[in-house]
Design a binder for this molecule. Structure first.
Ligand code: FAD
Length: 401
């Protein structure tokens, strides 16, 4: 057990879950992660193992067959998994967001229909807001749904779906003008559709095409795709929550818990980078001593460990706030911002400690170096986090003069 990133006040059940996950990560993920990543291979055996552990249903209520655990338990599991391989945490994260949105906003029929099979990992979720022309500016979405009797007809192109190929349920955000008069604010005329499809690529349902995997610099193994809707017909009972016009708020709610998880991923990757750096610093000798004995390297290790601790504390605070039922957008934004920036810096320092070997694909740090930047972008860039943080601060500290 590492001294860093400890979490106080956990229950016996939480401790047991985390120790099982850490064991799984050490035995089943770390030994194979870099090789699979270099081959851009989907980690099917690992996913099957996570399914067996019940991780796909970690936060789904027990009445639907899940473990009914808190956001904190979930985030701490994500941290452990990302320490092993960030892509694996990406496989469960979009699933978790969709299950969370269903739990919070779904109709009873939608919960009964999807959640038990999601808890078992038999249905896996992806979520889709981004389009080729937008990511941060969600209000500019142009994909559209038009009502036709008991169905809606969806057209448009979506971008950057994590698990777009491997999922069988996608929560898709589109514009839906009907029932919302001209002049309605864009975010009040958006709807989330629950789109079921076959896993795979090509035409996965009439009117719905997943063209193929996007070739990425890192975060490999997990598939990231586009999604093209061309006359896609979806029954009205697959509007999330049963009423149009609420999609923006539902997605923002999902993204808010997703942000805690991106923060957790940053914590996990930073912890692994620290482990690799502190180990290498005691193996490599220059000028007659271990490089760890050079003060400049010790200072790096000190800075790295301090960042690991700080990011973990912020992430835990944001998760606990949400679990207590309070609004946590400020804390989640801060945790996501800090953890992803610190992760990039800790990874860079571990890379520098490795000297030339950090540049070799034989060393794990090379993979981490290509993975860390994704955290700066996904679930809202640093600039978007700062906008959220700034607005909330001005609400909290409104000048009364
Ligand atoms: C690997 C990967 C997986 C992803 N998975 C998903 C997914 O599963 N589902 C999904 O819907 N999306 C997903 N995304 C998309 C991701 O959420 C977006 O890429 C992200 O929100 C940024 O949007 P953008 O790429 O369009 O950049 P833009 O919005 O075009 O931003 C470009 C730059 O401008 C800055 N900027 C934008 N607006 C402002 C402003 N008002 N003030 C100051 N600066 C600003 C940004 O911070 C950024 O630096 C994924 C992305 C990646 C790379």
């Amino acid at each position: 057990m590492s001294r860093l990133a400890q979490t106080h006040g956990l229950t016996d059940v939480q401790r047991e879950i985390l120790s099982t996950v850490r064991d799984f990560v050490d035995k089943e993920i770390i030994p194979v992660a870099t090789e699979l990543e270099h081959r851009d291979e989907y980690p099917q055996d690992i996913v099957d193992g996570l399914k067996e552990l019940g991780l796909f249903g970690l936060m789904i209520p027990e009445e639907y067959g899940g473990l009914g655990e808190s956001l904190l338990t979930y985030a701490l599991c994500v941290e452990e998994i990302a320490r092993g391989w960030m892509s694996v945490s990406g496989i469960i994260n979009t699933h978790f967001i969709v299950a969370y949105m269903l739990k919070q906003h779904g109709t009873q029929e939608q919960k009964d229909h999807f959640l038990p099979r999601m808890a078992a990992g038999d249905i896996r979720g992806a979520f889709s807001m981004s389009e080729p022309a937008l990511g941060s500016d969600v209000s500019a979405i142009s994909s559209k749904a038009v009502q036709d009797g008991e169905e809606y007809v969806l057209n448009g192109q979506k971008m950057w779906l994590t698990n777009g190929g491997t999922s069988s349920l996608v929560a898709v955000l589109v514009k839906s003008d009907e029932g919302h008069p001209e002049g309605t604010a864009p975010h009040k005329s958006m709807t989330t559709f629950l789109v079921e499809k076959e896993p795979g690529f090509g035409e996965v349902r009439p009117g719905l095409t997943i063209p193929g995997k996007i070739d990425k610099m890192g975060y490999k193994g997990v598939d990231t795709t586009e999604l093209i809707m061309d006359g896609l017909r979806i029954p009205a009972n697959r509007v999330l929550g049963g009423a149009t016009g609420r999609g923006f708020y539902q997605m923002m709610d999902g993204v808010e818990v997703g942000r805690v998880n991106v923060a957790a991923r940053g914590c996990g990757v930073a912890q692994r980078a620290f482990e690799l750096g502190v180990r290498y610093a005691q193996q490599r000798h220059t000028f007659g001593k271990q490089i760890a004995q050079h003060q400049a390297i010790q200072f790096k290790l000190a800075e790295m460990a301090t960042k690991v601790e700080a990011a973990h504390a912020m992430m835990v605070n944001a998760a606990r706030k949400k679990d207590s039922g309070e609004r946590n957008d400020l804390e989640a934004g801060m945790a996501k911002y800090l953890a992803s920036e610190y992760c990039k810096e800790v990874v860079e320092d571990a890379f520098r400690i490795h000297g030339g070997y950090g540049f070799s694909k034989e060393y794990e740090i090379e993979r981490l170096y290509r993975e860390a930047p994704m955290l700066l972008i996904g679930e809202g860039t640093a600039e978007i986090q700062k906008m959220i943080i700034g607005r909330r601060l001005l609400e909290e500290y409104r000048f009364q003069g």
